[in-house]
Write a protein that binds this ligand. Structure first.
Ligand code: COI
Length: 357
């Protein structure tokens, strides 16, 4: 159990107006959580302080070799002003899986969840309530040793910042167009693809620029070896409904084990759908599309929630999915997932965690 020291701001910022468009990740609340790590001492000095800039040496290791990790989760406000997190224990577990890969010291899972709850509770009045909005929570860890040698750092900062946000994609629930990248790759097995670390996202930027130049909003990555099998979008995992079955790439070490992905699989199975986690080639998709069997495509992610895909481009082929409209399964998943998250539906899986108790 952390003994968190709290220093409240004496100059609270103006909150966005109730109906103001928030965008994603552009506005930050009044407070943040910080905790230090020092080799030999462990994690220490957990504190909540006013949101502020931090000062680091230009030689801080994070700037040079990218030893860092981050997480993403959300806080939701219900109609009766209760505040919920969605499966934060899963973010805590994934933090430590990422930390193992990046040689960053583990954080006890209960400390991670306690810190998230504490800072969200302090800034609970910042949680937006218009439909489709929530408080995006960004925990992250950076290596802070002042040293230019390539080695694991001996000191770190763990921080949590909060951002009242709307939909990740400006188009909201409107299906997005996705570019299947055939030149660059995001990750390979044995690399860092399963870890939530900045380098994976840096590696994805060039594909995103190419996609945007051709009016596609996101990139679907293929495997790094054969460049044939579907991996993930980078901001979300991907699902297909093919001939009545729900199919998603298996967790093979190079894709992110998404929490919304796991929840989607559990929901679909509970509705009696066949769910297959396996390799899916781009050729299989093209074939299914040709035969009218590619019924729906959607992405899943904390930021993206359930995001329908209306169009997939691969080299010279453009696959139009469900006439560019949201399909019934995507809509049902979106309604159920958000219904549970905002406290409108019964939480049969025990996924909601209340803040402030
Ligand atoms: C999330 O969904 O929380 C993520 O971290 C994805 C990020 C690209 C916004």
């Amino acid at each position: 159990m952390l003994d968190i020291k709290i220093t409240k701001t004496t100059a609270p910022k103006e909150k966005p107006a109730k109906d103001a468009p928030l965008g994603f990740g552009k506005i930050f609340t009044d407070h943040m959580f910080i905790m230090n790590y020092t080799e030999g001492q462990g994690w220490h000095d957990p504190r909540i302080v006013p949101f502020q800039n931090i000062s680091l040496s230009p030689a801080a290791m994070v700037y040079h070799y990218g030893q860092e990790m981050f997480e993403g989760l959300k806080a939701y406000k219900s109609d009766n002003d209760e505040v919920y997190l969605f499966r934060p224990d899963m973010n805590a577990k994934r933090t430590n899986n990422t930390n193992t890969r990046l040689c960053i010291p583990h954080i006890p899972e209960e400390d991670f969840v306690q810190a998230v709850k504490a800072v969200v509770d302090i800034d609970r009045d910042w949680i937006p309530t218009t439909p489709g909005t929530s408080l995006y929570i960004r925990p992250f860890i950076i290596a802070t040793d002042e040293f230019l040698g390539v080695a694991p750092s001996n000191t770190y900062l763990f921080m949590i910042i909060l951002s009242p946000s709307g939909a990740y994609y400006e188009s909201g629930l409107e299906p997005v167009g996705i570019w299947i990248e055939d030149e660059y790759v995001r990750a390979v097995r044995g690399g860092m693809g399963f870890a939530k670390t900045g380098g994976n996202y840096a590696a994805s930027l060039i594909g995103q620029v190419k996609a945007h130049n051709d009016n596609y909003s996101q990139v679907l990555w293929l495997d790094g070896v054969e460049r044939k099998y579907i991996e993930e979008v980078g901001s979300m995992n991907i699902f297909f409904k093919i001939d009545g079955k729900v199919v998603t790439p298996m967790l093979n070490g190079s894709i992110l084990p998404g929490i919304t992905r796991d929840s989607t699989i559990k929901l679909c199975k509970s509705w009696g759908l066949d769910v297959e986690e396996r390799r899916i080639s781009v050729d299989e998709l093209l074939e299914a599309q040709k035969n009218g069997k590619l019924e729906e495509v959607f992405g899943t992610g904390t930021a993206a929630v359930i995001s329908p895909v209306g169009k997939l481009r691969y080299v010279d082929d453009v696959m139009l999915i469900n006439n560019g409209e949201i399909g019934p399964l995507s809509q049902k998943l979106y309604d159920t997932m958000t219904g549970i998250q905002y406290g409108k539906l019964e939480d049969t899986f025990g996924w909601r965690v209340k803040v402030g108790e």
